[in-house]
Design a protein around this ligand. Structure first.
Ligand SMILES: Nc1ncnc2c1ncn2[C@@H]1O[C@H](COP(=O)(O)OP(=O)(O)O)[C@@H](O)[C@H]1O
Ligand SMILES: [Mg+2]
Length: 305
C-alpha cells in the first residue's frame, strides 16, 4: 500500500514534496518567489524566458528568465564556468556559431523574438553589439577601425542633402569617426594620429577603440564580456566611467568577475552560480546588501567561488 499511497499523495499535493532547502532551511522556491518579484525603472529592452543552452551533453544554462531594462547597466556575476559568457552570447545569437550549441527558450528584443526564422543576424548584431575581454582592433588605422562597419553596411554613402551641401564621403566618415571616438572617451588622446595603426595604442585605449567601433553602427544594446579584466586599474577606471556614460543612451549588459566593479557600475545585478543557474537577480544595492538567497550571500561574502 505504502508505495502507491505515496505516489498519489505526491500527485495530489505537490507541495508535500519539499524543494531543496538552503542552509537556513528556506526553500529554494521561496527564495525564487521573493527575488523574481523585481520591478525596475525603464521599459524592458530584452526579455529572456526559460533559456536553456546545451553544448552537446553539457547543460550550460538552465531555465534562465530575466528582464533587462533599457538604458541602464546590468551586471552578470558568478564563478568561472557558470554560464555568464554563454548567456551574454545568447542575447545576439553569437552561440549560433558554436556548432555543438543548442538553444531553447525565448529572447525578445523590444518584444520581438530573436530566435525565430527570418531574423537577419547581421542586423541583429548591429543592434546588439559586443565588446570582448581582450581588445581586438583590426590591424588598420584608428580611422579605418571606426569607419569599417558603417562602410560595410553601406551607411557611409553621402545622401542627397549632404551632396547638395557639397559634403563628400570623406567628410561624412570623419564626422562619424570623431563622434564615435568622443562618445568612447578616446578622441582627445588620438585626434592627432587617426592614421596611425590601432595596434600601437595602449590596451586601455584599444578597448575604448573597440567600444567606439561598436558604437559606429548605431547599436541599441552593448554586450561586454569582462571588458576590463586585461587592463590596469587606471584604464579600468576609464572604462567604468565610460560605461556609466553609455548607459544614458544604450542598454549595457556586462559580465564581470569583479564584484566591486559590478557594485560600482551596475543598476541591476544577476548572480549565476555553478551549473548554469540564475540564482538571484535584482537591484544591485539589494543584491549586494541584502540578497534573498543564502547561496548568493555566501558567494558575495567570499565563502566560496
Ligand atoms: N564553445 C563552447 N563549446 C563547448 N562548451 C562550452 C563552450 N563555451 C562554454 N562552454 C561550457 O559551458 C559552460 C559555461 O561556460 P561559460 O559560459 O564560458 O562560463 P563563464 O563565462 O561564466 O565562465 C562551461 O562548462 C564551459 O565549459
Ligand atoms: Mg566567460
Amino acid at each position: 500500500m505504502s508505495e502507491k499511497t505515496t505516489q498519489q499523495t505526491q500527485t495530489a499535493q505537490p507541495d508535500a514534496d519539499p524543494s531543496p532547502t538552503t542552509t537556513t532551511g528556506e526553500t529554494v522556491e521561496q527564495t525564487r518567489d521573493e527575488w523574481t518579484d523585481y520591478e525596475f525603472r525603464g521599459e524592458t529592452k530584452i526579455a529572456v524566458e526559460d533559456l536553456d543552452v546545451h553544448y552537446g551533453d553539457d547543460h550550460a544554462l538552465k531555465g534562465v528568465s530575466m528582464e533587462i531594462p533599457e538604458k541602464s547597466v546590468t551586471a552578470l556575476i558568478g564563478p568561472s564556468g557558470c554560464g555568464k559568457s554563454t548567456y551574454l552570447r545568447s542575447l545576439n545569437r553569437m552561440n549560433d556559431r558554436v556548432s555543438s550549441a543548442r538553444i531553447d527558450g525565448s529572447v525578445r528584443l523590444d518584444g520581438r523574438e530573436i530566435y525565430q526564422d527570418g531574423v537577419n543576424l547581421v542586423e541583429l548584431r548591429k543592434r546588439v553589439g559586443m565588446v570582448f575581454q581582450s581588445p581586438n582592433p583590426f590591424p588598420k588605422t584608428i580611422r579605418e577601425n571606426i569607419a569599417y562597419g558603417p562602410k560595410k553596411h553601406g551607411d557611409l554613402e553621402t545622401g542627397l542633402l549632404a551632396r547638395l551641401l557639397n559634403r563628400s564621403d570623406a567628410d561624412e566618415r570623419d564626422e562619424l569617426v570623431e563622434r564615435c571616438l568622443r562618445d568612447a572617451a578616446l578622441w582627445d588622446e588620438v585626434s592627432d594620429r587617426l592614421d596611425d595603426n590601432a595596434l600601437g595604442l595602449s590596451g586601455g585605449q584599444q578597448q575604448r577603440l573597440c567600444i567606439a567601433r561598436c558604437l559606429s553602427v548605431d547599436p541599441e544594446v552593448i554586450l561586454m564580456d569582462e571588458p576590463a579584466s586585461a587592463l590596469d586599474p587606471i584604464a579600468t577606471a576609464k572604462i567604468e566611467d565610460l560605461i556609466d556614460d553609455l548607459a544614458e543612451e544604450y542598454t549595457v549588459v556586462i559580465v564581470t568577475h569583479n564584484m566591486q566593479q559590478a557594485a560600482r557600475i551596475s543598476d541591476q545585478t544577476a548572480v549565476f552560480l555553478t551549473g548554469g543557474e540564475l540564482v538571484e537577480y535584482g537591484d544591485t544595492d539589494q543584491v549586494f546588501e541584502n540578497p534573498h538567497s543564502e547561496r548568493v550571500e555566501d558567494y558575495i561574502t567570499g565563502k566560496f567561488g
